[in-house]
Design a protein around this ligand. Structure first.
Ligand SMILES: Cc1cc2nc3c(=O)[nH]c(=O)nc-3n(C[C@H](O)[C@H](O)[C@H](O)COP(=O)(O)OP(=O)(O)OC[C@H]3O[C@@H](n4cnc5c(N)ncnc54)[C@H](O)[C@@H]3O)c2cc1C
Length: 402
Protein backbone atom coordinates (compact mmCIF):
# COMPACT_ATOMS: atom_id res chain seq x y z
CA UNK A 1 0.00 0.00 0.00
CA UNK A 2 1.33 3.38 -0.95
CA UNK A 3 1.38 5.07 2.41
CA UNK A 4 3.50 6.84 4.87
CA UNK A 5 3.68 5.01 8.14
CA UNK A 6 5.72 4.47 11.23
CA UNK A 7 3.55 1.50 12.14
CA UNK A 8 -0.07 0.51 12.23
CA UNK A 9 -1.42 1.07 15.69
CA UNK A 10 -4.30 -1.41 15.44
CA UNK A 11 -1.93 -4.22 14.48
CA UNK A 12 -0.25 -3.74 17.82
CA UNK A 13 -3.34 -4.24 19.95
CA UNK A 14 -5.20 -6.80 17.86
CA UNK A 15 -4.84 -10.39 18.99
CA UNK A 16 -4.66 -11.90 15.57
CA UNK A 17 -2.45 -9.67 13.44
CA UNK A 18 -3.05 -10.40 9.81
CA UNK A 19 -5.29 -13.38 9.41
CA UNK A 20 -3.86 -15.78 6.89
CA UNK A 21 -5.75 -17.02 3.90
CA UNK A 22 -4.31 -18.92 0.95
CA UNK A 23 -2.63 -17.24 -1.97
CA UNK A 24 -4.57 -17.85 -5.18
CA UNK A 25 -2.41 -20.32 -7.03
CA UNK A 26 -4.71 -22.07 -9.49
CA UNK A 27 -7.45 -20.96 -11.87
CA UNK A 28 -11.08 -21.23 -10.80
CA UNK A 29 -14.67 -20.28 -11.71
CA UNK A 30 -17.16 -18.57 -9.47
CA UNK A 31 -20.53 -16.84 -9.55
CA UNK A 32 -19.38 -13.61 -7.92
CA UNK A 33 -15.82 -12.28 -7.64
CA UNK A 34 -15.06 -9.41 -5.27
CA UNK A 35 -11.77 -7.53 -5.38
CA UNK A 36 -10.76 -5.89 -2.09
CA UNK A 37 -10.79 -7.29 1.43
CA UNK A 38 -11.96 -4.20 3.28
CA UNK A 39 -15.24 -3.79 5.13
CA UNK A 40 -17.13 -3.06 1.91
CA UNK A 41 -15.84 -6.11 0.02
CA UNK A 42 -16.40 -8.34 3.05
CA UNK A 43 -19.93 -7.03 3.69
CA UNK A 44 -20.85 -7.63 0.05
CA UNK A 45 -19.35 -11.13 0.21
CA UNK A 46 -21.27 -12.10 3.36
CA UNK A 47 -24.65 -11.13 1.88
CA UNK A 48 -23.91 -12.30 -1.65
CA UNK A 49 -23.09 -15.82 -0.42
CA UNK A 50 -26.52 -16.13 1.17
CA UNK A 51 -28.41 -17.61 -1.75
CA UNK A 52 -25.96 -20.45 -2.27
CA UNK A 53 -23.89 -18.54 -4.83
CA UNK A 54 -20.17 -19.19 -5.03
CA UNK A 55 -18.33 -16.10 -3.89
CA UNK A 56 -14.60 -15.49 -4.16
CA UNK A 57 -12.93 -12.50 -2.50
CA UNK A 58 -9.45 -11.53 -3.64
CA UNK A 59 -7.21 -9.24 -1.62
CA UNK A 60 -3.83 -8.06 -2.83
CA UNK A 61 -2.33 -7.85 0.62
CA UNK A 62 -4.14 -9.01 3.74
CA UNK A 63 -7.69 -8.52 5.06
CA UNK A 64 -8.10 -4.98 6.38
CA UNK A 65 -4.93 -3.82 4.63
CA UNK A 66 -6.64 -0.65 3.39
CA UNK A 67 -8.61 2.02 5.24
CA UNK A 68 -10.89 -0.59 6.78
CA UNK A 69 -8.23 -2.09 9.03
CA UNK A 70 -6.50 1.06 10.11
CA UNK A 71 -9.18 3.74 10.36
CA UNK A 72 -9.96 5.56 13.59
CA UNK A 73 -12.89 3.29 14.33
CA UNK A 74 -15.44 6.09 14.79
CA UNK A 75 -18.97 4.88 14.10
CA UNK A 76 -20.62 8.04 12.81
CA UNK A 77 -23.97 7.47 11.10
CA UNK A 78 -24.08 10.84 9.41
CA UNK A 79 -22.95 12.28 6.09
CA UNK A 80 -20.25 14.91 6.03
CA UNK A 81 -21.55 18.51 6.23
CA UNK A 82 -20.68 18.93 2.53
CA UNK A 83 -23.86 17.08 1.63
CA UNK A 84 -26.94 19.21 2.32
CA UNK A 85 -30.55 18.14 2.01
CA UNK A 86 -30.86 20.38 -1.05
CA UNK A 87 -27.84 18.86 -2.81
CA UNK A 88 -29.10 15.38 -1.97
CA UNK A 89 -32.53 16.14 -3.43
CA UNK A 90 -30.87 17.41 -6.60
CA UNK A 91 -28.76 14.30 -6.86
CA UNK A 92 -31.28 11.62 -5.95
CA UNK A 93 -34.73 13.20 -6.09
CA UNK A 94 -36.83 13.77 -2.98
CA UNK A 95 -38.12 10.24 -2.46
CA UNK A 96 -34.73 8.55 -2.91
CA UNK A 97 -32.96 11.06 -0.68
CA UNK A 98 -35.46 10.33 2.05
CA UNK A 99 -34.73 6.59 1.76
CA UNK A 100 -31.01 7.24 1.63
CA UNK A 101 -31.06 9.48 4.72
CA UNK A 102 -33.00 6.82 6.60
CA UNK A 103 -30.31 4.32 5.63
CA UNK A 104 -27.57 6.66 6.85
CA UNK A 105 -29.39 7.30 10.14
CA UNK A 106 -29.94 3.60 10.75
CA UNK A 107 -26.37 2.57 9.86
CA UNK A 108 -24.97 3.05 13.40
CA UNK A 109 -27.58 0.86 15.04
CA UNK A 110 -27.24 -1.65 12.21
CA UNK A 111 -23.52 -2.15 12.75
CA UNK A 112 -24.10 -2.41 16.54
CA UNK A 113 -26.71 -5.10 15.92
CA UNK A 114 -24.49 -7.04 13.51
CA UNK A 115 -21.49 -6.95 15.82
CA UNK A 116 -23.64 -8.26 18.68
CA UNK A 117 -25.50 -10.82 16.55
CA UNK A 118 -22.32 -12.26 15.05
CA UNK A 119 -20.42 -11.87 18.34
CA UNK A 120 -17.58 -9.99 16.65
CA UNK A 121 -14.93 -9.25 19.28
CA UNK A 122 -13.97 -5.74 18.17
CA UNK A 123 -14.09 -3.73 21.39
CA UNK A 124 -17.41 -2.17 20.46
CA UNK A 125 -18.18 1.02 22.36
CA UNK A 126 -21.72 2.38 22.07
CA UNK A 127 -21.29 5.63 24.00
CA UNK A 128 -22.15 7.89 21.11
CA UNK A 129 -20.54 10.54 18.97
CA UNK A 130 -20.26 14.16 20.09
CA UNK A 131 -20.32 16.75 17.34
CA UNK A 132 -18.88 19.75 19.24
CA UNK A 133 -19.57 23.31 18.10
CA UNK A 134 -16.39 25.36 17.85
CA UNK A 135 -18.21 28.74 17.96
CA UNK A 136 -21.49 29.98 19.42
CA UNK A 137 -22.72 30.53 15.85
CA UNK A 138 -22.18 26.88 14.91
CA UNK A 139 -23.87 25.93 18.16
CA UNK A 140 -26.96 27.91 17.09
CA UNK A 141 -26.82 26.20 13.69
CA UNK A 142 -26.75 22.85 15.42
CA UNK A 143 -29.86 23.80 17.41
CA UNK A 144 -31.58 24.66 14.10
CA UNK A 145 -30.36 21.39 12.60
CA UNK A 146 -31.73 19.51 15.57
CA UNK A 147 -35.15 21.21 15.32
CA UNK A 148 -35.41 20.39 11.61
CA UNK A 149 -34.31 16.79 12.09
CA UNK A 150 -36.91 14.48 10.55
CA UNK A 151 -35.56 10.97 10.77
CA UNK A 152 -33.76 10.54 14.02
CA UNK A 153 -34.76 13.11 16.62
CA UNK A 154 -34.91 10.47 19.35
CA UNK A 155 -31.36 9.46 18.53
CA UNK A 156 -29.91 12.96 18.98
CA UNK A 157 -29.47 15.00 22.12
CA UNK A 158 -28.71 18.71 22.23
CA UNK A 159 -25.72 19.48 24.44
CA UNK A 160 -25.24 22.80 26.21
CA UNK A 161 -21.80 24.27 26.78
CA UNK A 162 -21.94 22.84 30.29
CA UNK A 163 -23.01 19.37 29.05
CA UNK A 164 -20.10 19.42 26.67
CA UNK A 165 -17.71 20.35 29.43
CA UNK A 166 -19.00 17.46 31.55
CA UNK A 167 -18.76 14.96 28.70
CA UNK A 168 -15.48 16.09 27.18
CA UNK A 169 -13.74 17.28 30.33
CA UNK A 170 -12.94 20.67 28.77
CA UNK A 171 -14.46 24.12 28.66
CA UNK A 172 -13.44 24.39 25.04
CA UNK A 173 -16.59 24.13 22.93
CA UNK A 174 -19.79 26.16 22.78
CA UNK A 175 -22.25 23.27 22.78
CA UNK A 176 -22.95 20.33 20.56
CA UNK A 177 -25.01 17.36 19.56
CA UNK A 178 -24.76 13.82 20.87
CA UNK A 179 -25.63 11.11 18.35
CA UNK A 180 -26.55 8.11 20.44
CA UNK A 181 -26.43 5.29 17.88
CA UNK A 182 -22.73 5.97 17.39
CA UNK A 183 -19.50 4.95 19.08
CA UNK A 184 -16.32 3.14 18.19
CA UNK A 185 -14.65 -0.16 17.34
CA UNK A 186 -11.23 -1.65 16.84
CA UNK A 187 -11.36 -1.63 13.02
CA UNK A 188 -8.77 -4.33 12.52
CA UNK A 189 -10.66 -6.74 14.76
CA UNK A 190 -13.93 -5.79 13.02
CA UNK A 191 -12.49 -6.79 9.63
CA UNK A 192 -11.17 -10.02 11.03
CA UNK A 193 -14.63 -10.74 12.47
CA UNK A 194 -16.21 -10.07 9.07
CA UNK A 195 -13.72 -12.37 7.35
CA UNK A 196 -14.57 -15.15 9.85
CA UNK A 197 -18.29 -14.79 9.08
CA UNK A 198 -17.62 -14.74 5.34
CA UNK A 199 -15.54 -17.92 5.61
CA UNK A 200 -18.27 -19.66 7.62
CA UNK A 201 -20.73 -18.75 4.87
CA UNK A 202 -18.51 -20.46 2.31
CA UNK A 203 -16.82 -17.41 0.78
CA UNK A 204 -13.38 -18.32 -0.56
CA UNK A 205 -10.93 -15.63 0.51
CA UNK A 206 -7.47 -15.26 -1.02
CA UNK A 207 -4.79 -12.96 0.36
CA UNK A 208 -1.53 -11.73 -1.17
CA UNK A 209 -3.27 -12.10 -4.52
CA UNK A 210 -3.25 -8.94 -6.59
CA UNK A 211 -5.75 -8.65 -9.43
CA UNK A 212 -3.68 -7.25 -12.28
CA UNK A 213 -6.10 -7.23 -15.17
CA UNK A 214 -9.79 -7.61 -15.92
CA UNK A 215 -11.21 -8.74 -19.24
CA UNK A 216 -14.78 -9.46 -20.31
CA UNK A 217 -15.63 -12.05 -22.95
CA UNK A 218 -18.78 -14.00 -23.86
CA UNK A 219 -20.74 -12.73 -20.88
CA UNK A 220 -18.09 -13.71 -18.35
CA UNK A 221 -15.41 -11.69 -16.66
CA UNK A 222 -11.81 -12.92 -16.40
CA UNK A 223 -9.45 -11.70 -13.69
CA UNK A 224 -5.70 -12.22 -13.95
CA UNK A 225 -4.29 -12.92 -10.51
CA UNK A 226 -0.68 -14.02 -10.07
CA UNK A 227 -0.39 -16.63 -12.82
CA UNK A 228 -3.99 -17.79 -12.52
CA UNK A 229 -7.34 -16.78 -13.97
CA UNK A 230 -10.59 -16.32 -12.04
CA UNK A 231 -13.67 -16.57 -14.21
CA UNK A 232 -16.85 -14.99 -12.81
CA UNK A 233 -20.43 -14.17 -13.77
CA UNK A 234 -20.27 -10.90 -11.83
CA UNK A 235 -17.40 -8.80 -10.56
CA UNK A 236 -17.41 -6.10 -7.89
CA UNK A 237 -14.41 -3.84 -7.34
CA UNK A 238 -14.28 -2.78 -3.70
CA UNK A 239 -10.80 -1.32 -3.86
CA UNK A 240 -11.47 2.22 -2.55
CA UNK A 241 -8.63 4.66 -3.29
CA UNK A 242 -6.21 1.78 -3.76
CA UNK A 243 -7.61 0.96 -7.19
CA UNK A 244 -4.32 1.64 -8.98
CA UNK A 245 -5.92 1.90 -12.38
CA UNK A 246 -7.56 -1.50 -12.31
CA UNK A 247 -10.33 0.15 -14.28
CA UNK A 248 -9.95 3.68 -15.71
CA UNK A 249 -13.64 4.53 -15.22
CA UNK A 250 -13.36 3.74 -11.53
CA UNK A 251 -10.01 5.51 -11.06
CA UNK A 252 -11.44 8.66 -12.65
CA UNK A 253 -14.50 8.72 -10.40
CA UNK A 254 -12.74 9.87 -7.25
CA UNK A 255 -10.00 12.13 -5.94
CA UNK A 256 -7.48 10.95 -3.40
CA UNK A 257 -7.08 12.99 -0.25
CA UNK A 258 -4.56 12.26 2.45
CA UNK A 259 -5.59 11.51 5.99
CA UNK A 260 -3.43 11.43 9.11
CA UNK A 261 -3.84 9.27 12.17
CA UNK A 262 -1.80 9.65 15.36
CA UNK A 263 -1.98 7.67 18.59
CA UNK A 264 -0.34 8.78 21.84
CA UNK A 265 1.76 6.65 24.15
CA UNK A 266 -0.22 4.77 26.79
CA UNK A 267 -1.59 7.14 29.39
CA UNK A 268 -2.41 6.60 33.09
CA UNK A 269 -5.91 5.12 33.34
CA UNK A 270 -6.75 7.84 35.88
CA UNK A 271 -6.81 10.36 33.01
CA UNK A 272 -9.97 8.74 31.59
CA UNK A 273 -11.88 10.50 34.39
CA UNK A 274 -10.69 13.87 33.11
CA UNK A 275 -10.37 13.52 29.35
CA UNK A 276 -13.54 12.52 27.53
CA UNK A 277 -15.04 10.91 30.67
CA UNK A 278 -18.19 10.08 28.66
CA UNK A 279 -15.99 7.71 26.61
CA UNK A 280 -17.80 8.85 23.47
CA UNK A 281 -15.94 9.79 20.31
CA UNK A 282 -15.69 13.48 19.54
CA UNK A 283 -15.14 15.64 16.47
CA UNK A 284 -15.66 19.34 16.29
CA UNK A 285 -17.06 21.61 13.62
CA UNK A 286 -13.96 23.74 13.05
CA UNK A 287 -12.55 23.81 9.51
CA UNK A 288 -9.34 22.26 10.85
CA UNK A 289 -11.32 19.62 12.60
CA UNK A 290 -10.34 18.24 15.99
CA UNK A 291 -11.24 14.61 16.53
CA UNK A 292 -10.23 12.17 19.21
CA UNK A 293 -11.22 9.06 21.14
CA UNK A 294 -9.84 6.74 23.78
CA UNK A 295 -8.40 3.45 22.58
CA UNK A 296 -9.10 0.30 24.59
CA UNK A 297 -5.51 0.37 25.92
CA UNK A 298 -5.67 3.95 27.30
CA UNK A 299 -4.25 6.03 24.50
CA UNK A 300 -5.74 9.00 22.74
CA UNK A 301 -6.22 8.52 19.01
CA UNK A 302 -6.56 11.62 16.86
CA UNK A 303 -6.43 12.45 13.17
CA UNK A 304 -7.95 14.24 10.24
CA UNK A 305 -7.45 15.51 6.73
CA UNK A 306 -3.93 16.61 5.81
CA UNK A 307 -3.82 20.01 4.17
CA UNK A 308 -1.17 22.24 2.64
CA UNK A 309 1.42 19.66 1.71
CA UNK A 310 1.40 18.11 5.18
CA UNK A 311 0.62 14.86 3.37
CA UNK A 312 4.24 14.52 2.36
CA UNK A 313 5.60 15.30 5.81
CA UNK A 314 4.58 12.70 8.33
CA UNK A 315 6.90 14.24 10.94
CA UNK A 316 5.24 17.63 10.53
CA UNK A 317 1.73 16.17 10.65
CA UNK A 318 2.67 14.30 13.80
CA UNK A 319 3.86 17.55 15.38
CA UNK A 320 0.78 19.57 14.31
CA UNK A 321 -1.78 16.98 15.46
CA UNK A 322 0.15 16.39 18.70
CA UNK A 323 0.25 20.12 19.48
CA UNK A 324 -3.48 20.45 18.84
CA UNK A 325 -4.18 17.79 21.44
CA UNK A 326 -1.82 19.39 23.93
CA UNK A 327 -3.54 22.73 23.42
CA UNK A 328 -6.96 21.28 24.29
CA UNK A 329 -5.56 19.26 27.18
CA UNK A 330 -3.58 22.23 28.59
CA UNK A 331 -5.93 22.77 31.61
CA UNK A 332 -5.24 19.19 32.73
CA UNK A 333 -1.54 19.49 32.00
CA UNK A 334 -1.49 22.59 34.24
CA UNK A 335 -3.80 21.31 37.01
CA UNK A 336 -1.82 18.10 37.44
CA UNK A 337 1.53 19.63 36.67
CA UNK A 338 2.26 17.05 34.00
CA UNK A 339 4.91 17.27 31.30
CA UNK A 340 3.26 18.12 27.97
CA UNK A 341 5.25 15.29 26.45
CA UNK A 342 2.93 12.77 28.10
CA UNK A 343 0.66 13.41 25.10
CA UNK A 344 3.36 12.84 22.49
CA UNK A 345 2.37 10.67 19.56
CA UNK A 346 3.81 7.16 19.40
CA UNK A 347 2.10 5.78 16.27
CA UNK A 348 1.57 7.77 13.09
CA UNK A 349 0.10 6.86 9.77
CA UNK A 350 -0.97 8.76 6.70
CA UNK A 351 -2.38 7.66 3.39
CA UNK A 352 -5.13 8.19 0.85
CA UNK A 353 -8.87 7.83 0.93
CA UNK A 354 -11.18 8.14 -2.06
CA UNK A 355 -13.47 11.15 -2.17
CA UNK A 356 -16.12 11.09 -4.84
CA UNK A 357 -17.05 14.35 -6.55
CA UNK A 358 -20.35 14.52 -4.67
CA UNK A 359 -18.81 13.46 -1.36
CA UNK A 360 -21.29 10.57 -1.38
CA UNK A 361 -20.74 6.84 -1.58
CA UNK A 362 -21.01 5.70 -5.15
CA UNK A 363 -21.84 2.51 -7.03
CA UNK A 364 -20.41 2.60 -10.53
CA UNK A 365 -21.83 0.39 -13.22
CA UNK A 366 -18.74 -0.34 -15.26
CA UNK A 367 -20.56 -2.83 -17.52
CA UNK A 368 -23.36 -5.39 -17.26
CA UNK A 369 -20.94 -7.70 -15.49
CA UNK A 370 -18.74 -5.37 -13.48
CA UNK A 371 -19.50 -2.76 -10.85
CA UNK A 372 -17.46 -0.82 -8.33
CA UNK A 373 -18.24 0.68 -4.94
CA UNK A 374 -16.49 3.71 -3.55
CA UNK A 375 -17.64 3.54 -0.01
CA UNK A 376 -17.59 6.91 1.63
CA UNK A 377 -14.77 9.37 2.36
CA UNK A 378 -13.93 9.67 6.06
CA UNK A 379 -17.19 8.21 7.36
CA UNK A 380 -17.31 4.83 5.75
CA UNK A 381 -17.37 2.39 8.64
CA UNK A 382 -21.10 2.32 9.37
CA UNK A 383 -22.38 3.45 5.99
CA UNK A 384 -19.88 1.32 4.03
CA UNK A 385 -21.07 -1.73 5.95
CA UNK A 386 -24.76 -0.95 5.29
CA UNK A 387 -24.23 -0.21 1.62
CA UNK A 388 -22.01 -3.28 1.17
CA UNK A 389 -24.72 -5.46 2.70
CA UNK A 390 -27.42 -3.96 0.51
CA UNK A 391 -25.33 -4.37 -2.59
CA UNK A 392 -24.55 -7.98 -1.68
CA UNK A 393 -28.30 -8.65 -1.37
CA UNK A 394 -28.94 -6.94 -4.66
CA UNK A 395 -26.24 -9.00 -6.39
CA UNK A 396 -27.50 -12.28 -5.09
CA UNK A 397 -30.97 -11.55 -6.45
CA UNK A 398 -29.78 -10.16 -9.77
CA UNK A 399 -26.84 -12.30 -10.72
CA UNK A 400 -28.41 -13.57 -13.92
CA UNK A 401 -29.91 -10.24 -14.98
CA UNK A 402 -28.36 -7.30 -16.76
C1 LIG B 1 -6.80 7.05 8.59
C2 LIG B 1 -8.25 6.84 8.28
C3 LIG B 1 -9.16 7.04 9.28
C4 LIG B 1 -10.51 6.84 9.03
N1 LIG B 1 -11.36 6.96 10.06
C5 LIG B 1 -12.66 6.65 9.89
C6 LIG B 1 -13.53 6.62 11.01
O1 LIG B 1 -13.11 6.84 12.15
N2 LIG B 1 -14.84 6.34 10.79
C7 LIG B 1 -15.32 6.08 9.54
O2 LIG B 1 -16.53 5.85 9.40
N3 LIG B 1 -14.51 6.05 8.46
C8 LIG B 1 -13.20 6.30 8.62
N4 LIG B 1 -12.35 6.24 7.55
C9 LIG B 1 -12.90 5.83 6.24
C10 LIG B 1 -13.17 4.31 6.19
O3 LIG B 1 -12.09 3.64 6.77
C11 LIG B 1 -13.37 3.91 4.73
O4 LIG B 1 -14.47 4.62 4.18
C12 LIG B 1 -13.64 2.40 4.57
O5 LIG B 1 -12.77 1.62 5.34
C13 LIG B 1 -13.50 2.03 3.11
O6 LIG B 1 -13.63 0.62 3.01
P1 LIG B 1 -13.38 -0.12 1.65
O7 LIG B 1 -13.64 -1.56 1.90
O8 LIG B 1 -14.14 0.57 0.58
O9 LIG B 1 -11.86 0.15 1.29
P2 LIG B 1 -10.48 -0.40 1.87
O10 LIG B 1 -10.59 -0.78 3.29
O11 LIG B 1 -9.43 0.61 1.53
O12 LIG B 1 -10.25 -1.73 1.07
C14 LIG B 1 -9.81 -1.79 -0.26
C15 LIG B 1 -9.00 -3.08 -0.38
O13 LIG B 1 -8.78 -3.35 -1.77
C16 LIG B 1 -7.53 -3.97 -1.87
N5 LIG B 1 -7.08 -3.89 -3.28
C17 LIG B 1 -6.84 -2.76 -4.00
N6 LIG B 1 -6.46 -3.06 -5.24
C18 LIG B 1 -6.47 -4.42 -5.34
C19 LIG B 1 -6.15 -5.34 -6.38
N7 LIG B 1 -5.75 -4.91 -7.59
N8 LIG B 1 -6.27 -6.68 -6.13
C20 LIG B 1 -6.69 -7.13 -4.91
N9 LIG B 1 -6.99 -6.29 -3.88
C21 LIG B 1 -6.88 -4.96 -4.10
C22 LIG B 1 -6.66 -3.19 -0.89
O14 LIG B 1 -5.48 -3.88 -0.54
C23 LIG B 1 -7.63 -3.00 0.26
O15 LIG B 1 -7.50 -3.99 1.25
C24 LIG B 1 -10.97 6.46 7.73
C25 LIG B 1 -10.05 6.27 6.71
C26 LIG B 1 -8.71 6.43 6.98
C27 LIG B 1 -7.73 6.20 5.89
Amino acid sequence: MNNNKESYFWDKISKNTNSSFDVLSSSLSTDIAIVGGGLVGLSIAIEASNNGHDVVLIEKNHIGNGSSGLNSGFIVPKLRPLTTKKSLNQLLGEENSKTFLELVSASGQEIFNDIKRYKIQCQLNTNGWISAAHTSETSINQIREYRKEEYRKKDIQLLSKKDLQTMSGFNYWSGGLLYKSAGSINPKAYNEGLSDIATKRGVKIFENSCVQKIKEKDNEVYLSVNNSIVKAKKLVLATNALNENLHPLVSKSFMKINIYQGVTYQLPEELRKHILPSNSVITDTSPVQIAFRWTPDNRILTGGVLRLGLGKRLDLAKYVFGERLKNIFSPIIQDYNMPKSIFNIEFSWSGPIAITKTGMPMIIKVSNLTSAIISCNGRGVALGTSIGKLYGKYLTNNIYFH
